[in-house]
Design a protein around this ligand. Structure first.
Ligand SMILES: [Zn+2]
Length: 272
């Protein structure tokens, strides 16, 4: 948004329209100390793109991966980013599992040549996540990070579709996912507790967390995240104590948050 993306525009299209800006952003994250940077393809699956009337699924995914590869340092990795379709299965919506799976598979096929692993993130329906995991597995033997997005309820953490952390992570283990995780919806403070739950539910599998920069505030019809990078990094310092293996930032975070987080990670590693 800061760089001129208009409300309602699909960011994924920027890979084709303004590749120089995408490249600049990728570089910024590696310079901030990221070991893993994701392709700008969160909505570049077949279902989501076609809903916007866009057919260039292969081109968008390949281009983003190529740009990322061109700036990826030797000691870092590029991750294929896959988000939900935006459609829902019955009874909430009319999508079919086959359509969703095919939509994800087209995307994975386009990314496969370039990425080291896949991050399937911000899913709120376990059924859809399963379709995405199956789709990626049909195209690839590379590691999969599976992150659901949870809300905090009095009885614990659940997706809006009612899936608990335990249900999701049990399913992920059955499906042979390499890393289980959570991202988005909640801010860094709630992720302290969520990381503890993730760790206790799945003690033997690597964990990934990507909180938002606090909770957004509505300003002039637009959601704005105002959390300071210092506060974000300070919360994540506590998250690190639960032994998470992958940690990053979701909505509202930028390279300043990552820079400070990197410092906390380095301190944590030194202390151990
Ligand atoms: Zn997010």
């Amino acid at each position: 948004m800061r760089r001129g993306l208009e409300q309602g525009t699909l960011p994924d299209v920027w890979n084709l329209e303004t590749p120089e800006i995408i490249k600049e952003v990728f570089e910024e994250y590696y310079l901030a100390g990221s070991d893993l940077v994701q392709t700008a393809t969160f909505q570049a699956n077949g279902v989501a793109l076609r809903k916007h009337g866009i057919e260039k699924i292969k081109e968008i995914n390949e281009t983003s991966a190529k740009i990322l590869k061109s700036v990826c340092p030797e000691n870092a990795c590029l991750i294929g980013d896959i988000g939900p379709s935006g459609d829902f299965l019955p009874p909430v919506g009319k999508a079919s599992l086959d359509d969703l799976q095919n939509g994800f598979q087209v995307q994975a096929k386009a990314l496969e040549k370039y990425v080291a692993a896949y991050h399937l993130e911000t899913f709120s329906d376990l059924q859809e996540m399963k379709a995405a995991i199956t789709a990626v597995k049909n195209e690839s033997n590379k590691p999969i990070i599976a992150s659901m997005t949870y809300k905090k309820a009095p009885k614990g953490f659940f997706t809006v579709m009612g899936n608990s952390v335990q249900d999701c992570n049990e399913e992920f283990q059955t499906l042979g996912v390499s890393v289980v995780g959570a991202n988005c919806t909640l801010g860094s403070h709630d992720f302290i507790e969520l990381a503890e739950v993730l760790r206790s539910v799945t003690p033997d599998i690597p964990i990934s967390v990507k909180p938002n920069a606090g909770q957004p505030e509505l300003e002039g019809g637009v959601l704005v995240y105002k959390q300071k990078p210092e506060d974000f990094a300070n919360d994540l310092k506590q998250v690190l104590e639960y032994g998470v293996q992958i940690i990053g930032g979701c909505c509202g975070t930028n390279s300043s948050h990552i820079k400070l987080l990197r410092k906390e990670i380095d301190n944590y590693i030194q202390r151990r």
